[in-house]
Design a protein around this ligand. Structure first.
Ligand SMILES: Nc1ncnc2c1ncn2[C@@H]1O[C@H](COP(=O)(O)OP(=O)(O)OP(=O)(O)O)[C@@H](O)[C@H]1O
Ligand SMILES: [Mg+2]
Length: 240
């Protein structure tokens, strides 16, 4: 596979959180979820965010992935401050530079695997023929070349998650954010999904930030960030 992402210059982090705090407001109740978290994810890393349930893993991923905005602090993407951008600029950045994989796959039931994969490319204004070709290539790369016209309910959980990974790749993202991508899967399907993500990281250079509370998953990571009660408890680089 050839390199597929344009990366920023050396030394520029792929994504950075600078003193990020997040407080959810539920009516008059304030629920603090992140306290002054600073984290810099370098291009090419495969970073795993771990921690107990409620420690703030999904919240941190959503801030880094521009799905949500911090209450205070800043997010930088490829060296650029993005927390203050308008929602339409952020939506364009999400479509251009970021890919997402969620625990519950989030595929559109009425669309085939191929159509699910190319939808974000169609949204960017690509021609349908080019979209189809790209989706075919990506489904082949995740081992689903023979499942192109299946709809989500005609696929196993692991296959649906690999369709979601192919979809996350369709616009040549710099970073993929994955929130517990294996949590709904049996151990063999989960392993295939993690192997697929690892291959994309090693062979294509896609930066990956994934959340897991399964200790087994940390062996796939080059970096392990552990959260506790909304704070970074430890941050270690794995030995190569
Ligand atoms: N939309 C929300 N509104 C209010 N509180 C929220 C919201 N989302 C999360 N929280 C709270 O913020 C804290 C962190 O939640 P978060 O979802 O980030 O945890 P997590 O580490 O991903 O947990 P899990 O492993 O269960 O997915 C929790 O106390 C949670 O109850
Ligand atoms: Mg979570």
């Amino acid at each position: 596979m050839s390199a597929m992402t344009s990366q920023p210059g050396p030394g520029v982090p792929a994504a950075r959180a600078d003193s990020v705090s997040k407080v959810y407001r539920l009516g008059s109740v304030e629920v603090p979820a992140l306290f002054d978290v600073s984290l810099s994810v370098e291009a090419g890393e495969m970073a795993c965010i771990t921690g107990k349930s409620g420690s703030g893993k999904s919240t941190l991923l959503r801030q880094l992935g521009l799905i949500d905005r911090p209450t205070s602090g800043h997010i930088e993407l490829e060296g650029r401050e993005v927390s203050g951008l308008s929602e339409s600029r952020r939506a364009a950045l999400r479509l251009d530079r970021l890919g997402y994989v969620f625990q519950e796959y989030a595929l559109i039931p009425a669309l085939t695997a191929q159509e699910n994969v190319y939808l974000p490319a169609l949204m960017k204004g690509q021609r349908r023929a080019a979209c189809r070709a790209r989706a075919t290539e990506l489904l082949g790369q995740v081992g689903l070349g023979d499942r192109m016209t299946h709809r989500p309910k005609e696929l196993s959980g692991g296959e649906q998650q690999r369709v979601a990974i192919a979809r996350a790749l369709v616009n040549w993202p710099a970073i993929i954010f994955a929130d517990e991508p294996t949590a709904n899967l049996d151990s063999i399907s989960g392993r295939t999904v993690m192997e697929t993500l690892t291959r994309l990281n090693r062979e294509l250079g896609v930066t990956i930030v994934f959340v897991s509370h399964d200790p087994d998953d940390r062996r796939w990571a080059t970096r392990l960030v552990s959260l506790r009660d909304g704070r970074i408890e430890s941050d270690e680089r794995a030995a190569p």
